[in-house]
Write a protein that binds this ligand. Structure first.
Ligand code: BV8
Ligand code: ZN
Length: 256
């Protein structure tokens, strides 16, 4: 076991409070494509063409076509070992706040599966960019369970049962404010954590990317798990080159 992994295990084991920040990399081994890496979604599509309110206003059918495809893809994916051990640790120790930039619902699914008949709350993530598995009315804001979207024409796009407004995926697009309650809770967790474990993010999207800096600013330890270097690598006290599914169970699994 490398020295970095040993030091990370010790810091995580000794920690009073842990905040975990995850990005698309934690779901890569579940088969969910990332955004910026090789084969990433932004290689094939342009974010400004699909993940902005302007794009949705201009061509809602194309935007829905992309999100409906992602929703179908994600619904067939399963949580991997990294999602599972994070949920199990959060339920076991009660001192872990899971913050995710992902909209794939896999952390929440791992929490419910790990909890079984018990209360999953301690392992449910703060989804700072919303969820692909929820709809929201673009007119009145009402949230609803996801519908099967027929994006073959604008006339078949889903509409709000309450006001008839066009439904949209309940995710945060570029240029949109994050839910202040959610990002506020994430910031509070980061500001009081002894350790911030950052798994599978390119650390390019704000304000999520600044959460580890909040932990470091108050003397906490930042640990990064990523096969590649990122802008956070020089900020992290411990940076481990590796895959989430391999490294996270070693860092916080049952035996850790
Ligand atoms: C806001 C939509 C303000 C949902 C997403 C200039 C400087 C700083 C900030 C800005 C700026 N210009 C504009 C901004 C603000 C902007 C931003 O940060 N832009 C960046 C790109 C420069 N932010 C915003 O617009 C945010 N809102 O700031 O509002 C405001 C104020 C007032 C009034 C109005 C507004 C909103 C941000 C949310 C945007 N929505 N997606 C969706 O469709 O999914 S962001 C998108 O990127 C995804 O949601 C994703 O969550 C996010 C981050 O990507 P990652 O998760 O990190 O994924 P990525 O592919 O990049 O990286 C994967 C990593 O995993 C890699 O490092 C890879 O090496 C690693 N990996 C791969 N395999 C594995 C692995 N790791 C471990 N194991 C593996 N197996
Ligand atoms: Zn409505």
């Amino acid at each position: 076991m490398t020295d970095a992994i040993e030091r990370a295990r010790t810091a995580l084991s000794d920690a009073g409070a842990v905040v975990v920040l995850t990005g698309a990399g934690v779901s890569a081994e579940s088969g969910v494509p990332t955004f910026r890496g090789a084969g990433g979604l932004w290689k094939e599509f342009r974010p400004e063409d699909l993940a902005t309110p302007e794009a949705f206003a201009r061509h809602p059918r194309v935007v829905w076509e992309w999100y409906a495809w992602r929703r179908t893809l994600v619904s067939a994916c399963l949580p991997n070992a990294a999602h599972r051990v994070m949920a199990e640790r959060a339920l076991r120790r009660g001192n872990v706040t899971i913050v995710t930039q992902n909209v794939d619902g896999l952390h929440a699914r791992a929490a419910r599966e790990a909890a079984g008949d018990a209360d999953p709350t301690a392992a449910l993530p703060l989804e700072v960019h919303g969820s692909l598995l929820r709809d929201r009315c673009s007119r009145c804001g009402a949230r609803s369970e996801p519908v099967t979207v027929d994006a073959t024409s604008e006339a078949t796009l889903p509409r709000c049962a309450r006001c008839g407004g066009l439904l949209r995926p309940d995710v945060v697009w570029f240029g949109e404010m994050l839910d202040q309650g959610v990002i506020g809770s994430a910031d509070a967790a980061a500001t009081t954590a002894d350790v911030c474990l950052v798994v599978g993010t390119s650390a390019l999207v704000h304000p999520a990317a600044s959460l580890p800096l909040r932990t470091r600013a108050q003397g906490g330890v930042v640990i990064e798990v990523n096969p590649e270097e990122t802008p956070l690598t020089r900020v992290a006290e411990i940076s481990i080159r590796g895959l989430a599914g391999d490294v996270v169970p070693v860092l916080i699994g049952e035996t850790a």
